[in-house]
Design a protein around this ligand. Structure first.
Ligand code: NAG
Ligand code: NAG
Ligand code: NAG
Ligand code: NAG
Ligand code: NAG
Ligand code: NAG
Ligand code: NAG
Ligand code: NAG
Ligand code: NAG
Length: 406
């Protein structure tokens, strides 16, 4: 009986370790629950945008759920904005924070674009930049490819020869103003190309072994996502990430803490509105060659007709697995949480932000009858192996590269 129990725990654990479990889904009519609206003008990136409050966004149709159950977040394309005023748009931040061991999957049909438009889907910790920032989707004006990045305090670098499909930017020092950027090389990751392909899915693994970002255009979304029951996610067949930030050159546990997720759109500002960033592609948008005067001021349509997010869902998962360096006692705690069907999740307050951090609650007593140490041993081995899978596929990749061509 007891032996059978141990075997059962082991088998159920083995089948679990590549999986993540859902902790929150933002979708459908409840999409906008559990977000904070900024409610003030853009005093962070000098954009000519007013990030309106929730009641105004709702009444003006700037944040709503459409007939298909998709969340729409958009720039005001109705108001004729006079000189000296800024244009209404939206910035929302999750009330929940998501710690190391999280996986975020967002499915979108449209991203905001057009001259002066600067959207982002990103995350940050309570103290910026000490607690890190992860830019998952970010683009300006009529850029054709998405740009990812991380931002940290000094001491974190990206090893640009690491395993990723995207192209790293000019600096490897993630504390410089640009952060460590990686540009998509896959087509259809931003702008009209993204929309024409029917959008796609971006996934971010936020782990002590590294931060990894994937993108799939609609036709390429893997079955593990498109056929997911949404309660769990198996990432083992996802292949090479598009951006990889391994902990070997950036200690993720040191430079990042639990993150809030943000969706926002600003206009002009520090990146989209300045110098060549603006005028190389948008300088002929109007008589002045200046972002604010030629774009923000004046009628909103057709200029801002494409400046909207169309989001099917955002899902946050947790591995509930310790890092490869975790102690055996942590391992035992996690084992009891993951191997029993009574696993539940709950939130606890997180200081500063009024948010909450997801934690697994262990409710089991698998340690009784002296079987505990054996269970722990059986469970610890696969955790240590599988918890470090990014490093393993990196090593495998390196050894394949090292092999002489046939
Ligand atoms: C931006 O404005 C908000 C109020 O809307 C204020 O709480 C915050 O401190 C300001 N931040 C900066 C960096 O000025
Ligand atoms: C418009 O936005 C700019 C840039 O953020 C800011 O300096 C200015 O004060 C804003 N104007 C109004 C009227 O809020
Ligand atoms: C929301 O913003 C609108 C427009 O600026 C303002 O009139 C209203 O008082 C604000 N509501 C709240 C609850 O702050
Ligand atoms: C960077 O990555 C390359 C290739 O994977 C590896 O040979 C090198 O040791 C790494 N450098 C550091 C500092 O980790
Ligand atoms: C990285 O950039 C930061 C900010 O510019 C600077 O303080 C730091 O010295 C740089 N580190 C290295 C190793 O160049
Ligand atoms: C990474 O940072 C964590 C948290 O600050 C620390 O406990 C750990 O020793 C660091 N690891 C390395 C290899 O420096
Ligand atoms: C575009 O901006 C750059 C950098 O500010 C400037 O040197 C250049 O003259 C501008 N070009 C035009 C056509 O305005
Ligand atoms: C604003 O843009 C939407 C598409 O995002 C479009 O359906 C609508 O007609 C536009 N509004 C106006 C007033 O043109
Ligand atoms: C959002 O995208 C879905 C799928 O393409 C589409 O059916 C829906 O009409 C779009 N919503 C808006 C407001 O564009």
């Amino acid at each position: 009986m007891e032996r059978w129990l141990v075997l059962q725990i082991f088998v159920s654990y083995i089948s679990f370790v590549n999986s993540y479990s859902l902790v929150r889904e933002y979708s459908g009519q409840s999409f906008f629950n559990r977000w904070n609206f900024y409610g003030g003008y853009d005093n962070l990136t000098q954009g000519n945008a007013i990030w309106v409050n929730e009641s105004y966004a709702t009444s003006q149709g700037l944040a709503y759920v459409d007939g298909q159950g998709h969340a729409i977040i958009k720039v005001d394309n109705i108001t004729d904005v006079p000189m000296g005023q800024n244009r209404s748009t939206v910035r929302i931040t999750t009330q929940d924070t998501y710690d190391l061991g999280s996986l975020w999957v967002i499915d979108l049909y449209h991203l905001p674009y057009g001259c002066s438009v600067w959207p982002a889907f990103w995350s940050f910790g309570p103290n910026w930049p000490q607690d890190g920032e992860i830019d998952i989707i970010e683009g300006i004006n009529v850029m054709s490819a998405n740009q990812m990045a991380i931002h940290t305090t000094p001491g974190c670098t990206q090893n640009v020869s690491e395993y990723q499909l995207g192209t790293s930017g000019s600096t490897t020092n993630c504390s410089e103003a640009s952060g460590c950027t990686v540009t998509e090389t896959s087509p259809n990751s931003y702008e009209s190309g993204f929309a024409v392909a029917g959008g796609g899915v971006f996934a971010t693994q936020f782990d002590s072994s590294g931060i990894f970002i994937w993108f799939w255009s609609r036709p390429d979304i893997p079955a593990s996502i498109s056929q997911s029951d949404s309660a769990s996610m198996d990432i083992s067949q996802w292949g090479t990430p598009h951006a990889s930030y391994f902990s070997s050159t950036c200690n993720i546990s040191q430079f990042f803490s639990a993150q809030n997720l943000v969706l926002d759109i600003t206009l002009c500002g520090d990146w989209a509105g300045t110098g060549d960033n603006y005028n190389a592609s948008c300088g002929n948008s109007g008589p002045t060659g200046l972002c604010y005067q030629d774009c923000v001021v004046g009628p909103g349509s057709p200029r801002y007709d494409n400046a909207y997010f169309n989001i099917s869902y955002l899902r946050a998962y947790t591995s509930a697995l310790p890092s490869p360096t975790s102690t055996i006692s942590n391992t035992a705690t996690v084992a009891s949480a993951t191997s029993m069907s009574s696993t539940t999740t709950t939130s606890t307050p997180s200081p500063g932000y009024g948010g909450s951090t997801w934690q697994s609650i262990e409710s089991s007593d698998s340690n009784r009858d002296g079987w505990g140490p054996i269970v722990m041993l059986l469970i610890a081995a696969p955790i240590v192996l599988i918890g470090s899978w990014p490093l393993m596929f990196k090593r495998r990749h390196q050894s394949m590269q090292a092999a002489p061509p046939a």
